[in-house]
Design a binder for this molecule. Sequence first.
Ligand SMILES: Cc1ncc(COP(=O)(O)O)c(C=O)c1O
Length: 410
Amino acid sequence: MPINRRDCDAQDRDDPLAFARDRFSLPEGVIYLDGNSLGALPRGVAARVAETVEREWGRDLIASWNTADWYGAPGRVGAKLARLLGARPSEVTITDSISVNLFKLLVAACRMRPGRTEILAEAGNFPSDNHIVDSVARLLGLTARYVPASEIAGAVGPQTAVATLSHVNYRSALMQDMGAVTAAIHAAGALAVWDLAHSSGAVLLDLDRSGSDFAVGCGYKYLNGGPGAPSHIFVAERHLAHFDQPLTGWFGHADPFRFEPDFAKAPGIRAALCSTPPIVSLVAFEAALDAFDDVEMAELAAKGRALCDLFIALADERLARFGVALATPRDGSVRGNHVSLRHPNGYGVVRALIGRGVIGDFRAPDAMRFGVAPLYIRFTDVFDAVAAMEDVLARETWRDLAPTEAGAVT
Ligand SMILES: Cc1ncc(COP(=O)(O)O)c(C=O)c1O
């Protein structure tokens, strides 16, 4: 029996997370399947940002560093985020970007394993991560060795100082078993640095129970913190005392306002900071996290998995005959929260869909990527999106939109 829209409608009516969609301001007539690139706008953000700009900055001026606790914002927002990561509030802070935080963590981890000669990293990880790996290896005189994510556990050895990989791959959505891979890395005496860009706010995470050492994650994807929202950084409590990151700016100093000439590391996770935090972005992110209030992450992950299962079943049923191939695991237990489909004319198909209000993205050479953020995507949205794609493929409307130059649609 083909899947029909009424079944999807029934799933929406039974959805225990349906309340969360009202927390977002979504444009009429748009099916937004790109929350894995830039999350949608949560309703409370604009008012909170306006308050920060108009009252805290405009009226209270510099006093707001204390009166509005701007100074404490990175740690305060990190503590609020910690529940979604399965971490302690004292282990998370909000600062800088993923790439910058990865640099800090890799150097800090290598410093904790002196004498070891290599960084083991995921081949096919997001390019920025591996550009940073190469640079850190050059800086510290180490070797960077790359293997596919599924081979990291077997490849780690006595020479490995640190192994780094994405929990969910940005292209395929393949998800690693964080506990098992971390245990294998530890068995070789190395440390693990995880990239959670496609995990935080999207899948069930338990950083503490999985024994993780260090992690970085993204504020502007599934956490809906806004364009360029600062990243988050996790350092396991047992490592905080020895955590020696290389960007020793004054915000990571134990007492920045004494302006001492010598660096003295701040206690706890504040040592992960470098510079003056971007307050407007931080308060936007803080307000955005309210969208997760009363949301059980296990329930969110289950809905994400069901949405992707539906997407894949519909793609099999309605798109495969046009040469669309699945590039994402079928097994939901090893899959993150997006579905990647390959088609030789993927660029044009994604452009044609965007023209019809179905927003996904494209990753060269041929991957169409559709993120199904469980807080605001409905089962009927998935049905309608696949129906639109079937129509685009059947009528070949992508022909007018084939690429004239290489590039991604984002
Ligand atoms: C998996 C992954 N890692 C790293 C990055 C880079 O993030 P940033 O621009 O914050 O350095 C991205 C960006 O999309 C990503 O998807």
